[in-house]
Design a binder for this molecule. Structure first.
Ligand SMILES: [Cu+2]
Length: 151
């Protein structure tokens, strides 16, 4: 085993460790120490028992139709983490309807009217680089597309 205590013993510095701990507890006080221990326990439970599904969602906001180009997404590259819940929000700043489709991940947003926004939540379960685009006829062809990276 390679626990810290054994390492200290081997170096002959074990006597310093209890002193440091007592000082630390005295400064913290029992209330704060309890809070810290509770936090550590909660994190341990969340990570150990529930896994990545409990991770805080990553929110990404994209705009469509922002001047000077009606037919583009900003940003045109989005990076998400594998298995971490994601929320994509599309704000339509343009003059016509737009949407957003990630075909490879089967994520499709409803059409968004000018001046409106919509969101879609999903969990990226595949790593890789995927195309997203607007499915309104003609929009993708003139550049309304982007790249989603899941890593
Ligand atoms: Cu469009």
């Amino acid at each position: 085993m390679t626990l810290c205590g054994e390492t200290h013993d081997a170096n002959g510095k074990a006597a310093h460790v209890p002193e440091a701990q007592e000082t630390w507890q005295g400064q913290m006080g029992p209330g704060l120490l309890g809070a810290v221990l509770g936090f550590v326990l909660a994190v341990t439970l969340a990570v150990g028992l529930c896994g990545p599904a409990l991770a805080r969602p990553k929110s990404v906001e994209l705009t469509a139709g922002s001047p000077p180009t009606e037919f583009a997404f900003t940003p045109h590259e989005v990076v998400l983490s594998f298995q971490r819940p994601a929320v994509l929000t599309l704000r339509n700043h343009g003059r016509v309807v737009h949407d957003l489709h990630i075909a490879a991940l089967r994520v499709k947003m409803s059409p968004v009217a000018p001046g409106r926004s919509a969101s879609v939540a999903f969990i990226p379960t595949v790593r890789g680089t995927f195309e997203f685009f607007c499915t309104i006829p003609g929009h993708k062809e003139v550049g309304m597309k982007g790249v989603l990276v899941v890593r």
